[in-house]
Design a protein around this ligand. Structure first.
Ligand code: HMG
Ligand code: MG
Length: 300
C-alpha cells in the first residue's frame, strides 16, 4: 500500500529561479507585487532573490531592493548566495533564511560559480556553521543531483556524499535538484528514499525542472519515498542560465492541482495563484505553458 502525506509544503521559487533566466529585466516593483500576490495565495516559504554577481545574472541585480523595507516575518523568506560575499550581503538584510548552492557535478559548478565543487564546499562549510551559530535557517541547494549538461549521469553516491557533508555542517534543509529535467521516477525514488532514511532530522525537498515533462511523475515518485516538500515556480517559469537545454521549473499551479486532487493539502489558493502569474505575465519573454493556467484562463 502506498502511504502518502496528508499535507505537503510548496516552496515557491518563482521570484528567484523563475525570473533569473528571463531575457529582459523585470521591473523591481513588478517583482515585489508578484511576491505579495504569491503570499496572498498562501505561499509560506519562498525564494525571493539571490545575491550573485550582476554581471553573471543581471536579472538578480536588484536583490538588495527586493529584500529591503520590511520582510513579512510570517513566511520563510529565503535568499540565495553562492559565496561569502553573497552571504555577507544577506546578513545586512532582515532575511533569516539563507540558501547556498552547489553542483554535484564539478563541471556544472565551474560554469555556474566559477569554482570546483570542492572549492565551493571548502568555502561554504564554515559559512554554514557561522550562520547556524547566528540561528539562521540554512538551506543547501544541490544542482545536477541526477544529470549534468556537461558530465551526463551523476552517480547517486556522489550526490549522497555532498548531502552528507551539508548535513554534517548543520544545514536545516537539502533541496535536491534535477536541474535539466532528465531524471526518471525510479532514479528519483532511489535517491530520495536513501536521503530520507539517512537524514531523518533534515528537511528534504525535491526541485524538479520540467524539461521533458517528467516532473509530475517524479513528484509522485518522491512522495512515495516520503518527501512532502517541493520547490515549484508559479507559471512554470525558470531555468539556470548556466545549464544549457534546461527549461522552467515544474509549475506551482500544476503541482497544487495534482496534490489537492490526491487529497494532499497545500494551503494554496489556485485562483490567487493565477492572479500572481498575471502580474508578471506581461513582462515575460515566454508564454505560460502550464496546463492549469491554460485551462483556467482566457489567455491565448
Ligand atoms: P567570479 O567572476 O569568479 O567572482 O564569479 P569574483 O569573486 O572574481 O568576483 C567578480 C565580481 O563579482 C566582483 O565584482 C565581485 O565583487 C562580484 P567587480 O569587482 O567585478 O565589480 N561578486 C558578487 N557580487 C554580488 N554578489 C555576490 C558576488 N560575488 C562576487 N555574491 C560568482 C563567481 C559566484 C560571483 C559568479 O559565478 C556568480 O554570480 N554565479 C551565480 C550563478 C547563478 O546565480 N546561477 C543561478 C542560480 S543556481 C540555480 O539556478 C540552480 C538551482 O535552482 C537548483 C537547480 O535547479 O539546479 C538553485
Ligand atoms: Mg532550479
Amino acid at each position: 500500500m502506498i502511504i502518502l502525506p496528508k499535507r505537503a509544503t510548496i516552496i515557491e521559487v518563482g521570484p528567484r529561479d523563475g525570473l533569473q533566466n528571463e531575457k529582459s529585466f523585470i521591473p523591481t516593483e513588478i517583482k515585489k507585487m508578484f511576491i505579495e500576490e504569491l503570499k496572498n495565495a498562501g505561499i509560506m516559504e519562498m525564494e525571493l532573490t539571490s545575491f550573485v554577481s550582476p554581471k553573471w545574472v543581471p536579472q538578480m541585480a536588484d536583490a538588495g531592493e527586493i529584500v529591503s523595507n520590511g520582510l513579512d516575518v510570517k513566511i520563510r523568506n529565503i535568499v540565495l548566495a553562492p559565496n561569502r560575499k553573497g552571504v555577507e550581503r544577506i546578513l545586512e538584510t532582515e532575511c533569516k533564511a539563507v540558501a547556498v548552492f552547489v553542483g554535484a557535478s564539478n563541471q556544472f559548478n565551474q560554469q555556474n560559480i566559477n569554482k570546483t565543487t570542492k572549492e565551493s564546499m571548502t568555502e561554504l562549510i564554515p559559512i554554514i556553521q557561522e550562520l547556524k551559530a547566528k540561528e539562521y535557517f540554512v538551506r543547501a541547494c544541490i544542482s545536477t543531483a541526477f544529470y549534468c549538461p556537461y558530465e551526463g549521469k551523476i552517480d547517486p553516491s556522489e550526490t549522497f556524499k555532498l548531502c552528507l557533508e551539508f548535513v554534517e555542517a548543520g544545514v536545516d534543509e537539502l533541496s535536491v535538484a534535477d536541474t535539466i529535467g532528465m531524471a526518471v521516477p525510479n532514479e528519483v525514488y532511489y535517491l530520495f528514499s536513501q536521503l530520507k532514511a539517512s537524514f531523518p532530522n533534515t528537511l528534504i525537498t525535491a526541485h524538479f525542472h520540467d524539461t521533458r515533462k517528467l516532473a509530475l511523475s517524479n513528484i509522485f515518485a518522491a512522495l512515495q519515498a516520503g518527501i512532502d516538500r517541493f520547490d515549484t515556480s508559479a507559471g512554470g517559469l525558470g531555468g539556470c542560465p548556466f545549464a544549457p537545454g534546461a527549461s522552467g521549473n515544474v509549475a506551482t499551479e500544476d503541482v497544487v492541482y495534482m496534490l489537492e486532487r490526491m487529497g494532499i493539502s497545500t494551503g494554496i489558493d489556485l485562483n490567487l495563484l493565477l492572479k500572481a502569474i498575471d502580474i508578471v505575465r506581461p513582462h515575460l519573454s515566454r508564454k505560460i505553458e502550464s496546463a492549469y493556467f491554460r485551462l483556467n484562463t482566457l489567455a491565448e
